[in-house]
Design a protein around this ligand. Sequence first.
Ligand SMILES: *[C@@H]1O[C@H](CO)[C@@H](O)[C@H](O)[C@H]1NC(C)=O
Ligand SMILES: *[C@@H]1O[C@H](CO)[C@@H](O)[C@H](O)[C@H]1NC(C)=O
Ligand SMILES: *[C@@H]1O[C@H](CO)[C@@H](O)[C@H](O)[C@H]1NC(C)=O
Ligand SMILES: *[C@@H]1O[C@H](CO)[C@@H](O)[C@H](O)[C@H]1NC(C)=O
Ligand SMILES: *[C@@H]1O[C@H](CO)[C@@H](O)[C@H](O)[C@H]1NC(C)=O
Ligand SMILES: *[C@@H]1O[C@H](CO)[C@@H](O)[C@H](O)[C@H]1NC(C)=O
Ligand SMILES: *[C@@H]1O[C@H](CO)[C@@H](O)[C@H](O)[C@H]1NC(C)=O
Ligand SMILES: *[C@@H]1O[C@H](CO)[C@@H](O)[C@H](O)[C@H]1NC(C)=O
Length: 497
Amino acid sequence: MSIIGLIITSFFVISVESSHFRGASFSWAPMSNGSIKVDYRISWKRSRHNCDDNTIASGKKNAEGNVCTTDGDCFKLEYYCTDYSIVDNWTSGRNTLYINPPRDKFDLIFKGGDWVVASGWSLLTTVDLTPRLDNGLINSSPTVDYPPVVNLQYSCQHSIAFPIYDVDGDIIRCRWASGKTECNSVCRETYNALPSAVLDQNDCKISYTAIDQVGLYPLAIQVEDFMESSPKVPLSSIPIQFVVNIYSDNYGSCDTVPTFVSPTPDPGEYFGVGVGDQLTINITVTGKTRLNSIQTTSVIGMHRSAVTSWFDGVSYYMSVLVTWTPTSEADGQDHSLCFSGRDTNGLYSETRCINIPVGDCGDISSFANGSVHTPNGTRHPHMAIFDCDVGFKLIGDETRQCLANATWSGSYPTCEIIECDDLEAPKNGKISSFNRSTIIFECNDGYLLAGEKILECTINGTWNSNPPICLNGILFNKAFTLLYWTTRFMYDFFFIV
Ligand SMILES: *[C@@H]1O[C@H](CO)[C@@H](O)[C@H](O)[C@H]1NC(C)=O
Ligand SMILES: *[C@@H]1O[C@H](CO)[C@@H](O)[C@H](O)[C@H]1NC(C)=O
Ligand SMILES: *[C@@H]1O[C@H](CO)[C@@H](O)[C@H](O)[C@H]1NC(C)=O
Ligand SMILES: *[C@@H]1O[C@H](CO)[C@@H](O)[C@H](O)[C@H]1NC(C)=O
Ligand SMILES: *[C@@H]1O[C@H](CO)[C@@H](O)[C@H](O)[C@H]1NC(C)=O
Ligand SMILES: *[C@@H]1O[C@H](CO)[C@@H](O)[C@H](O)[C@H]1NC(C)=O
Ligand SMILES: *[C@@H]1O[C@H](CO)[C@@H](O)[C@H](O)[C@H]1NC(C)=O
Ligand SMILES: *[C@@H]1O[C@H](CO)[C@@H](O)[C@H](O)[C@H]1NC(C)=O
């Protein structure tokens, strides 16, 4: 480790000695069996809760604390390690709880003693299982995540964007947590960390120029979903709490921090993946200084490759592949992956998060007078191809794509009947069979058909050829005989000569 790395580590040793909480997030969804599924991310100081590559791979669980309902049922907060940072001294994990709801409306509260810098923490999740007024269904909360620690360089401008999703497609807004149950010692009204940070409530983004003293600042935010018809009363409220680490600008200027390069995903990009399909994300960081690490905040079952590092003569690079094959447990939910890079001077890249909705775009098979082909299945990024039955033409999109956010692009086409003008039977002939798409001609006895016997109605509503005519067989025979003998004569003549 470099000297500067040691200085940073010592800084942590001094400033977070008695504190071990590093934030958490909670979300919930109703299950068909009447239970609710509570998903959480929970993070701790690493020297208190150890996570490493072995604990991540082995699926060994750590635990600390309880989440309790307002009725006093408490559940132990066990978690599977998903990520850790040696240099930032944190451990992070996730798990799911299945809770039998004590009532239709209740709160889940997670409290404890030792937040960074400030003291007690509290996180509030509100659950409401009464059918929604707009569609009669039971709501699901939004989902949100963020790394336990985000590192912001002093004096530079920063943006914190949360990966947020709502399976019901509700309006989502964010606000600073407020009041003892939502935030205890880290509420904005009392603790007021980073007073100049501005939270855009609709975009759920924080903009902040780091002018506060170097140090650690816990932040507490509530994410809420609203029905369009009732934009004031939240359907549910979920917490996200994490730590901002403002670090010294002694190690470089704002524009010397490491940056992401292609093929790293863009911020907020969607990567839809079906259960059982493998997703691979390549994260590549570059900088003028050798890179030290890439930190991730991932999902249970995600696998990180070993990092590769190289120098192209101008810049340093570090890269890691994150792969994930979601199981059915992850189906129908939005997951996220957040990442940042750090160089050996102690400068950090931005923290970037992407959305990973799991599941496919759903059934797209019912279709009047036509059919749908999904040769590659109904998952992102595959196409559904529409065909109309014979005699119908397609109006609208011929294909729809399963988008990364697990919805189908465009809308259903329709199949409209194709109609070609009626045709008259040819002189000395008749129409032997017809329907909207095909017409078959026949000539009377003694007449020969010249032209197409069968006409097809094209998609443009016109027949693909002119109708045939019926030739007098006797006249035709004479003409044919003449042609024969002429040809024969020519042939013989030239052959003999
Ligand atoms: C930070 O992590 C190191 C181990 O990497 C540990 O020895 C130290 O106690 C930790 N310090 C704090 C304050 O978390
Ligand atoms: C519902 O399913 C979950 C997970 O499969 C299970 O843990 C829970 O106990 C079930 N609830 C009921 C009421 O059976
Ligand atoms: C990520 O992509 C870059 C550019 O294609 C490649 O050089 C690098 O090896 C990839 N990273 C990994 C870990 O495979
Ligand atoms: C298919 O088209 C026919 C003729 O226009 C119509 O009568 C029928 O209802 C259509 N089928 C469906 C399933 O809509
Ligand atoms: C199916 O996958 C193949 C191979 O990736 C691709 O070439 C083809 O365009 C895909 N077809 C559809 C309909 O998505
Ligand atoms: C999914 O993505 C498309 C294209 O980016 C967008 O138009 C659509 O509104 C999104 N749908 C949802 C439910 O987010
Ligand atoms: C129209 O008639 C042709 C020839 O008899 C037949 O092959 C075709 O299936 C028919 N189409 C419809 C829409 O009935
Ligand atoms: C239908 O019309 C379009 C343009 O008017 C033409 O390009 C196309 O070839 C026509 N198709 C058929 C089957 O006649």
